[in-house]
Unconditional design. Structure first.
Length: 94
């Protein structure tokens, strides 16, 4: 990912979705991930609604979440995103 030219779309299961790359929305997503008042599923849904400009079908949610995390992490591979998602889950348990 070129930091000077951010992508404006992400392809999920062959469908192109417009994304919100405004840094303020990304900050909102990060705040949401750390909101103790939200359940984990609620965090994911709020984050996806902030990031994607169109509704994401339920069967695409996992891939949408992974690709959103990859974007936020400046292109970190999927395996690293899974670690991030697991850290979020573990943080809730602590």
């Amino acid at each position: 990912m070129n930091v000077w030219t951010l992508p404006t779309t992400i392809t999920i299961q062959g469908i192109i979705y417009n994304i919100n790359t405004d840094f303020r929305q990304i900050i909102n997503i990060l705040v949401c991930f750390n909101d103790p008042e939200l359940e984990q599923d609620e965090r994911y849904m709020v984050a996806i609604e902030c990031f994607y400009r169109e509704p994401i079908p339920p069967e695409c949610m996992q891939e949408a979440l992974e690709k959103m995390c990859e974007f936020i992490d400046a292109g970190v591979p999927k395996e690293e995103n899974i670690k991030l998602i697991n850290k979020i889950s573990l943080k809730k348990v602590k």
